[in-house]
Design a protein around this ligand. Structure first.
Ligand SMILES: Cc1ncc(C[n+]2csc(CCOP(=O)(O)OP(=O)(O)O)c2C)c(N)n1
Ligand SMILES: [Mg+2]
Length: 645
């Protein structure tokens, strides 16, 4: 007879989650480090009760983890302010831990659950594992229509949680306790599948959460989930080797998969052995240190002129762990040689086949090591490698000029000077976090990243409001590093409340608020698409009926102080440098508020991003933008040439 233990469904969930481990390269660690949550009637009596019982009992179970601290096997609860934000925090945490660990997020039913949707989309698009545990409406339905329940005339088994289906890589609902083991195992499998991970949702009806059941005890045995490193198929690898040997202008594009696979060292060895230059996507930035001889920096719409010149000329592009987003390909205009071909190394087939590439479905580290071995003795032409280095040096000169570290200390700084000062004053292991606005592009092209995990810009979803919440997760994952959150005034206004969580948890963030009174990025974009500055500045409405009055009297520094952060105000470059240094030295979460001058932008990427312009218009400014758009559009390629054997 199987031994059984009686627990509620919620108690079983937390006990199970506390005993899941991931393992790669022989290193085992807790898969779910903790549980973030906001309680309501949909989860307080179920998961809330279970988490409290675990906290109170200390759940001294032992076994499983290599780290003695793991043996406590308690799923620690952390309180948050907004459900979307807690998913961002889990994403920041998991990305920083190379997707080997993550956090769970519990919510009530209704609005608490639907607040998860944006965070879930962000996680899935960025391919970052997070576990979402929304409460759900009664399975039994005997209480009738409960508070916050959606009622569709066409069927009563649909709840608001079904909005999470399209943004989850795994979604299941536990209508009956007996289903729980299969749901939990399916969820863990999805969280630890490097090729297809993202938001994993287990919807838990509120009555089922509190229901008791006799569980087989093995369900709660420590369980280790091996994170696979798929090996490249030798025949496909051979074709890639032949293609690289035959190329004269090869270029590597390193994506997020390089860091997740722990392949930065393998990439460095490959680049040094072959002399092939390495460009980086947003998620791949930091794959090589910025001053490595083969590093040519950011690629695409927010790239360096070095990467973009090499991309335009490349005859073979080796994409490693990249999703080939439109920013990376400059909306399919970056690779201009009509004969260019792509080799894509990726754990996900979905990405491997993009751009008609030769798809090597494999772990980045394994594939790079195999390529390095098989290409032994081969090098790209010396003149080509030298040219890449010269182009990178030219761009570096542009960055130094924009950073302008010796600039006028008494003047209002430009955004580039603020970024330059932060880059200059922070340490090599410090981490910069950003997500939306004009800063991600400026950081991508200019930031000098020394450490593989030193750059955590979320640009898969580029979600305003990710910055502080995501930065909190990054810092929780790497408490020994300074985490610097760069946030625009627009993004700050969208979601700043996790400053309270940082203060509550004693987690130190350095937050730089760049105040430019509106959506500078979209303001810039609006100019190029023939809608100049429409609705992008934070201005009073005037008698003209338009938003063209004075700047609004918004004080974000006072706002941050009201949330419990220490706040420093800077209105010149000199005072910014001082305040930022003080913030780095502080022990608690510190916000530096700085006014920025918008007149001077960052150096141009000489690239393009496809944002369609109105085909017909009564406005001359829009018609002019349309003809410029059509010229750029002509540079778009289809990349449909098959890579046949
Ligand atoms: C949630 C969300 N809504 C809208 C957008 C579109 N968007 C991208 S950047 C931006 C403006 C950001 O303003 P701010 O944070 O002040 O940065 P700035 O553009 O001024 O650098 C907007 C509205 C987005 N990325 N995310
Ligand atoms: Mg702004």
């Amino acid at each position: 007879m199987t031994e059984r233990i009686q627990l509620t469904v919620a108690q079983a969930v937390v006990r199970f989650l506390a005993r899941q481990y991931s393992e790669r390269d022989g290193v085992r660690q807790r898969l779910i480090e903790g549980c973030f949550g906001i309680f309501g009637h949909g989860n307080i009596a179920g998961l809330g009760q279970a988490l409290m019982q675990m906290e109170v009992e200390g759940a001294l179970i032992g076994g499983g983890g290599q780290d003695p601290a793991d043996d406590r096997e308690v799923l620690r609860y952390v309180q948050c302010r907004n459900e979307q934000a807690m998913v961002h925090t889990a994403v920041g945490f998991s990305r920083m831990r190379n997707r080997l660990q993550t956090l769970a997020c519990t919510t009530s039913v209704g609005p608490g659950a639907t607040n998860l949707v944006t965070g879930a989309a962000l996680a899935t698009i960025n391919r970052i594992p997070v576990l979402l545990l929304p409460g759900d409406v009664f399975a039994t339905r005997v209480s009738g229509t409960v508070l916050q329940q959606l009622e569709l005339p066409g069927g009563h088994d649909v709840s608001v949680n079904d909005t999470l289906r399209p943004v989850s890589v795994f979604f299941d609902r536990v209508w009956r306790p007996e289903q729980l083991p299969s749901v939990l195992l399916g969820a863990m499998r999805a969280l630890t599948d490097p090729a297809n991970t993202g938001a994993v949702t287990i919807a838990l009806p509120q009555d089922v959460q509190a229901e008791a059941y006799d569980w087989p005890v093995e369900l709660f045995d420590p369980r280790v989930w091996h994170i696979a490193r798929p090996l490249p198929e030798s025949e496909v690898l051979g074709r890639a080797v032949a293609a690289i040997r035959a190329s004269t202008r090869p270029l590597i594009v390193a994506g997020g998969g390089v860091a997740y696979s722990g392949a930065t060292e393998a990439l460095r060895r490959f680049a040094e052995a072959t002399g092939v230059p390495v460009a980086e996507t947003q998620a791949g930035k930091g794959s090589l240190p910025w001053d490595h001889p083969q590093a040519v920096g950011a690629i695409g719409a927010t790239g360096t002129t070095a990467s973009n010149t090499l991309a335009a000329e490349a005859d073979l592009v080796v994409g490693i762990g990249t999703r080939w987003s439109d920013f990376t390909t400059a909306s399919m205009s970056a690779f201009a040689d009509p004969a260019v071909r792509f080799v894509n190394i990726n754990v996900a087939q979905l990405d491997g086949h993009k751009l008609s590439g030769l798809s090597i479905v494999a772990d980045a580290r394994e594939a790079l090591q195999a390529l390095t071995t098989q290409l032994a003795g081969w090098r790209a032409g010396a003149a080509y490698t030298r040219r890449a280095g010269d182009l990178a040096a030219d761009w570096d000169g542009e960055v130094s000029a924009a950073y302008d570290l010796e600039g006028d200390l008494d003047a209002i700084p430009t955004q580039s000077q603020v970024i330059g000062a932060v880059n200059d004053l922070s340490g090599p292991r410090d981490v910069v976090v950003c997500a939306a606005g004009s800063m991600p592009g400026d950081l991508h092209k200019m930031w000098r990243t020394s450490d593989a995990k030193g750059y955590q810009v979320e640009y898969g979803y580029s979600c305003m409001g990710y910055e502080i919440a995501g930065g909190l997760g990054v810092k929780m994952a790497a408490p020994d590093r300074e985490v610097i959150v760069m946030v625009g005034d627009g993004s700050y206004l969208m979601m700043a409340q996790e400053l309270v969580t940082a203060v509550q948890e004693g987690v130190k963030l350095v937050v730089v608020i760049v105040q430019n009174h509106g959506f500078a990025s979209i303001g810039g974009l609006s100019e190029t698409v023939g809608v100049p500055q429409f609705g992008t500045r934070y201005r009073y409405r005037t008698e003209s009926g338009r938003l063209d009055g004075d700047v609004l009297p918004v004080d974000l520094a006072a706002n941050a102080a009201s949330l419990g952060a220490q706040v420093l105000r800077a209105d010149t470059l000199g005072s910014f440098r001082q305040c930022f240094a003080e913030a780095l030295a502080a022990t608690g979460t510190t916000v530096v508020h700085v006014e920025c001058d918008l007149a001077t932008g960052s150096p141009s990427s000489q690239s393009w991003w496809d944002v369609p312009v109105a085909q017909v218009s009564s406005l001359p400014v829009t018609r002019a933008a349309r003809s410029a758009y059509q010229q750029e559009k002509a540079g778009q390629r289809s990349h449909l040439r098959p890579f046949n054997p």
